[in-house]
Design a protein around this ligand. Structure first.
Ligand code: AMP
Ligand code: ZN
Length: 492
């Protein structure tokens, strides 16, 4: 089903189709690697993941490019505070970012592009802007974009910028949301700062030019879709449009997708408010990566997500329900035949699920028919009306659900172990929740051994020992399920 997605540029839902008839060419602004990513950042990357996974589920091919901003004001400030060159400062955060994406099961884009590896393309674009009379050099050797050279400035964010001052300049990467000023394309070298010797002088790029240069390098002068968090709409994306379209006279991207910022407990997330969380903070509190993923994607991208710990608990329970049901259907043995009512329910759930996602990626509405189907199928199983021939139909719907949501298989142990190893290395063990430490202190092998001992104790009618083992495991968050075919255990 063709996706209809809200387009900031046109102000309406537009159909997403590859203009070359082959693959969707898409650029999504990536992280600035000056610190660990927070859940706001990951909400945006996860919603882009939902977009690409849904498109792939409909059979579309993708050419998705993401940049890594590995030079900017904040990086330079932090690196200089740490007394190291930026090239020594950023790798740790680049690695951490990809580790976090893996924890959250965010698919890698087809192409990742680092700013510091594309300086030549940026310089060449600035030269073209200069030739077009849209870039000028100041006395200190910096280059600026002349806003007056691009009369369409403001068309994305719909800001009325008629009162903007000609020649007023701004040289910081991020600036006031209500003013439009000539912005820095290239910043002249300052003593002690990383700089490149180039035909336009010695210096380093501004933030905005990197996305224009790298997007056009990999996707051509005009491509299908550009995405990012809502804060990037102005000035970052507006500046990207100005820099690119002044040179190409073609729309940089036909479609612009912006993900709404999240709130935490109803307030803006900020370090000073004490409601600021990185992914690692939440893992160390004992929350599972899958629950964080589900909580961050279950509110559609254009709605404000109010992140709360209750929300995480709800996501944890929903995943439990999904996994238990999946196991029940996969492992159960059912009478021969197929139940037409269940077959119809499966078909309906899939249609509604796909339709909800096709409608501006409405993840909340997409979840509902899946959980309805689980309820219906569970009742059928309880009543002996779930038949062997229904299994594939139900599992196929779950597979489509999971192609986008990706929470069904329990892969939560690895992210948690990785976070614990990181806490140990970086002296943050004090931040780890005691329940998590207790839970992780048991290896899978140790649990298997205790479960085997309990089975033996029961067989020998030593129920006191069997109960003792069950309680001991429960204290460490290990839940036992006695099934016909043996005992299963899982970490809570
Ligand atoms: P940054 O690393 O700050 O450049 O941000 C990376 C991505 O995260 C960008 O697309 C931002 O728009 C997005 N982002 C930053 N803060 C939030 C937030 N609180 N909620 C949602 N997205 C955010
Ligand atoms: Zn960007």
């Amino acid at each position: 089903m063709t996706l209809r997605l809200f387009n900031t540029l046109t102000g309406q839902l537009d159909e997403i189709v590859p203009s070359d008839g082959k693959a969707l060419r898409m650029y999504a602004c990536g992280p600035t690697v000056y610190d660990y990513g927070h859940i706001g950042n990951f909400r945006t990357f996860l919603q882009v993941d939902v977009l690409r996974r849904y498109l792939k589920l409909t059979g579309m091919r993708m050419l998705h490019v993401m940049n890594i901003t590995d030079v900017d004001d904040k990086i330079i400030r932090n690196a200089s505070a740490a007394g190291v060159p930026i090239g020594d400062y950023t790798p740790r955060y680049v690695d951490a970012f990809f580790e976090d994406l893996d924890s959250l099961r965010v698919e890698r884009p087809e192409q990742v592009a680092r700013a510091t590896e594309h300086i030549a393309q940026m310089v060449s674009l600035i030269q073209k802007l200069a030739e077009a009379g849209a870039a000028y050099k100041t006395d200190d050797g910096s280059w600026y974009f002349r806003l007056k050279a691009f009369p369409e400035y403001g068309k994305l964010s719909k800001k009325d910028l008629s009162g903007m001052e000609d020649g007023a300049r701004v040289d910081v990467d991020e600036y006031e949301k209500d003013s439009a000023r000539d912005f820095a394309l290239w910043k002249a070298a300052k003593p002690g700062e990383t700089a490149w010797d180039t035909p336009i002088g010695r210096g380093r790029p501004g933030w905005h030019i990197e996305c224009s240069a790298m997007a056009m390098e990999y996707l051509g002068e005009s491509f299908d879709l550009h995405a990012g968090g809502e804060d990037l709409m102005f000035p970052h994306h507006e500046n990207e449009i100005a820099q690119s379209e002044t040179v190409t006279h073609k729309p940089l991207a036909r479609h612009w997708m912006h993900v709404r910022f999240l709130l935490v407990d109803g307030r803006k997330m900020s370090k000073s408010e004490g409601n600021f969380y990185t992914l690692r903070d939440l893992l160390l509190k004992g929350y599972k990566a899958s629950a964080i993923r589900l909580a961050l994607i279950s509110v559609p991208y254009r709605h404000q997500l109010n992140f709360t710990f209750d929300g995480l608990t709800e996501a944890t329970n929903a995943i439990d329900r999904l996994r238990t049901f999946h196991q029940r259907v996969t492992k159960g043995s059912f009478p021969a035949g197929s139940n037409p009512a269940l077959q119809a329910a499966a078909g309906k759930a899939r249609t509604e699920y796909m339709a909800a996602l096709a409608n501006d990626l409405n993840t909340a509405e997409a979840r509902a028919p899946i959980f309805d189907l689980i309820r219906t199928a569970n009742t059928a199983i309880d009543q002996g009306q779930f038949l062997a021939g229904d299994r594939d139909a139900i599992l196929a719907v779950l597979a489509d659900f999971d192609a986008v949501f990706d929470v069904l298989e329990d892969r939560d142990d690895e992210p948690t172990r990785r976070a614990l190893a990181w806490a140990e290395q970086s002296g943050r063990m004090a931040e780890v929740a005691p329940e998590l430490l207790a839970r992780q202190s048991l290896t899978d092998e140790a649990i298997d051994a205790l479960v085997a001992e309990r089975t033996l104790a029961k067989r020998q009618r030593n129920f006191a020992r069997a109960d003792q083992i069950r309680n001991e495991l429960a204290e460490k968050g290990i839940v036992l399920e006695d099934a016909k075919d043996g005992v299963r255990w899982k970490r809570k």
